[in-house]
Design a protein around this ligand. Sequence first.
Ligand code: NCD
Length: 320
Amino acid sequence: MIRNLLSGADLSRDQAVEILDIAEGMSDVNDREIKKLPTLRGKTVVNLFFEDSTRTRISFELAAKRLSADVINFSAKGSSVSKGESLKDTAQTLEAMGADAVVIRHSASGAANVLAHSGWINGAIVNAGDGTHEHPTQALLDAFTMRKRFHGSASTGKDLSGLRVAIVGDVLHSRVARSNLLLLNTLGAEVHFVAPPTLLPANPSNWQAKIHYSLDDVLDNEKPDVVMMLRVQAERMNASYFPSEREYSRIWGFNSDRLKRLKPNSIVMHPGPMNRGLEIDAISADSPQSTVLEQVANGVSVRMAVLYSLLSGERANDVN
Ligand code: NCD
């Protein structure tokens, strides 16, 4: 298995399917009355969060606790980082305390890679979101959710071959879109990016995705199995990328009219937090075709599978 999880491209098809299969077993544990395994007893997992988070931080904490690891939650607010301590000094402090895994979220793209390749920490590094770059465990939990919805109880060993996935909205600022694209490519799905031209990366032809500017055209002509709505990342926007919120939701937002045009078994995903009324309306977000809460629940199982793969047994020698 791999040594760190930094990118949606770190996993081969077989490695990704293996993690999804392990997550399947973990979700059985999460359905039991006593939701706990002794697997990581004696290991220490540090959640190092320099950026705000609800779902991801709680989900990693729960995942580590359900595997019986000791968990330390570190957030930059209220720590010595607010006194100006550097990432290096923080990392070396965690190393001195014997962290076996560090789950890092940071506003700087590349922060997780720096930590993994710096030599400051020997433990496994898991990227829980670095700036606008990557968020690989979100991609894994999204893939797990798709696999469960489309293959049901016969999921084990399967990938996402043939699935048509439309990723819609603020692709430019979205680490979720980037990691999903890479993992979905590996798992055999067909990816479509749908966004205003201002919210697509500079050279979209470099991406293994079909590019569209109209959500209505994609719904009518591509008939996607999955529509993944992205949050408009207002906090990362230093300019005006679309005329107005009303205009954005009219052209690129998901709403009840568009929901009616989906195939009956197609699903609507959103990583959360949602801007209800902007990229998705309440009827779609709360409809039976929405997987928003399933994604949250699956996040715990998938993160248990990731921590288990990285921390149980011998650590692999292949550095990535
Ligand atoms: C995403 C993130 O933080 O990148 N959220 C999450 O992890 N659940 C998506 C977002 O904030 O838009």
